[in-house]
Design a protein around this ligand. Structure first.
Ligand code: FE2
Length: 495
């Protein structure tokens, strides 16, 4: 691993700032890996990859020979059923100094984190149902004491339960300390991690990922990883899914390319360390409960690996936005970066959407999001910049939420201004990236989110001045309806 020096860190800050500034100017960012990223990666979503920290380590022509080079152990990691269809089949082979089974047993670690929730069924007294819009001001990052990633997980809302292999959870992570000789492994599901403030230097069994605000990473179920914080206090969002895994959305009539392109997903290179000192701590999460286990060696002893069940990252500034170039906006499904299927073939378990810099040129089209009621639950966050058109004090590090079918839309002044404005030809979300965790499942709100002093209920009075424009046209209506102006011409009532 290459740890940046103090001078390099200050350059990195400038680089991150430059990245956001580039977007603010509306310029297209460089599509190369960010210059301050210290690691080398392999590319290509769902590719079967191979990596060796020592050339010649990977067995040739087979996965499990009687003897692996250097006396390494072969270990298989399977992320799907053995017989899953080929496009869904996920597996990897790792060649390591000791297999993961080498540990000292498990003990309860409930005290580690009391703000994590995984059972969102309303029979759980610790979750809450709300039909209204909810929002949270930016969550505070702890300034005193040591809080690492495992301790800093705070659940906001979700649906289902991991024991059902069906559902999802949304969390904040609020931490100020790197994980020192400590790893985390989530046996329940896959985690999509969205850093918002501070970079993440993530070590995994497959190698390192450097994830900066504006980038995301996905850690598949059952893979050990440690989160290091080069910038100290760090905040971000997590979408955790159970019984499914993230994939690229279908492109349909768009053709072969667009949205998040497969080649832009980056995977780590094999990296091992030699550490046989005692008491390396592994925190396990299973069934939403925390356990810990110690072992007398690092879990990061993989010298070579192959497969497609590997953590990855993606730079959101590479997202290829598409939109309408004639009339009417296309539904926001065009902003989908990653999706996860549910058992309902017509609706995803979870979508990860972003709202990033783009042009809007659709003529004679109402520009703001139309008033809407969706079957989806929508939980939004803001990574950086301004996201206009909201009345809920939406800020970077905050959250906004509507459960399925909750009506929402902009205030009347904005509706009026957009209705009266000339055809838009404008840049949207300059210097900003907002995102949405969207699901067909009805969310309940976890105790942490419900009792947070950052929570505020949406002010419904913002729509009190939505005037009834129709009644100011009654003379015309009477003329067109031959006097049946109260109900229109298709009156079919028995008198
Ligand atoms: Fe919405």
């Amino acid at each position: 691993m290459v740890q940046p020096s103090y001078e390099e860190v200050s350059n990195i800050h400038q680089n991150s700032f430059h990245w956001a500034e580039t977007q603010k100017d509306g310029k297209t960012p460089s599509f190369s890996t960010r210059a301050n990223d210290p690691y080398t990666y392999q590319a290509g979503f769902n590719n079967c990859l191979a990596s060796e920290a020592i050339p010649g380590t990977l067995p040739q022509g087979q996965n499990s020979p009687r003897q692996v080079r250097f006396g390494l152990y072969a270990e298989q990691l399977t992320g799907s059923a053995f017989v899953a269809p080929r496009p869904n089949h996920k597996a990897a082979w790792v060649y390591r100094m000791r297999p993961a089974v080498s540990h000292k047993g498990f003990t309860d670690a409930s005290e580690l984190n009391r703000d994590y929730e995984s059972c969102f069924l309303p029979l759980n007294p610790n979750v809450h149902v709300s039909p209204t819009q909810l929002a949270w001001l930016p969550f505070d990052i702890p300034t005193s004491g040591d809080t690492d990633f495992t301790q800093g997980l705070k659940t906001i809302a979700g649906a289902g339960d991991p024991s059902l292999r069906e559902g999802l959870a949304t969390h904040m992570f609020l931490c100020n300390k790197s994980m020192d000789r400590k790893a985390f492994v989530n046996l329940d599901g896959e985690m999509l991690i969205v850093p918002q403030q501070g970079r993440l230097d993530i070590q995994s069994e497959f190698g390192w990922l450097y994830v900066q605000p504006g980038e995301i990473c996905v850690i598949p179920r059952g893979i050990r990883f440690s989160v290091n914080l080069p910038d100290g206090p760090t905040r971000g969002y997590i979408l955790e899914i159970w019984g499914s895994s993230f994939e690229l959305p279908e492109l349909g009539p768009l053709g072969g390319f667009g949205l998040a392109n497969a080649r832009d997903f980056l995977f780590p290179s094999a990296y091992y360390e030699i550490d046989s000192s005692p008491n390396y701590e592994i925190v396990y999460k299973v069934g939403g409960k925390f356990f810990k286990s110690y072992q007398d060696h690092t879990p990061y002893d993989v010298v070579a690996w192959s497969g497609n069940y590997v953590p990855y990252k993606y730079d959101l500034t590479k997202f290829v936005n598409v939109g309408s170039i004639s009339v009417d906006h296309i539904d926001p499904s065009i902003f989908c970066v990653l999706t996860a299927k549910s058992r309902d073939p017509t609706a995803p378990l979870a979508d990860f959407l972003i709202f990033s810099p783009r042009w809007d040129v659709a003529s004679n089209t109402y520009r703001p999001p139309y008033y809407h009621r969706n079957v989806a639950s929508e939980l939004m966050g803001l990574i950086y910049g301004d996201y206009g058109g909201r009345s809920d004090a939406f800020q970077p590090g905050g959250v906004s939420f509507e459960t399925g079918m909750t009506p929402h839309g902009v205030a009347y002044e904005e509706f009026k201004a957009a209705s009266d404005a000339p055809p838009p030809e404008m840049q949207i979300s300059k210097g900003a990236i907002a995102f949405m965790f969207e699901s067909c499942r009805a969310f309940t709100v976890a105790e942490y989110g419900w009792t947070s002093d950052k929570l505020h209920f949406h002010d419904h009075t913002m729509w009190d001045d939505l005037v009834n424009n129709f009644t100011s046209h009654l003379d015309e209506v009477k003329r067109l309806t031959n006097g049946n102006w109260e109900h229109g011409v298709n009156v079919a009532r028995a008198n």
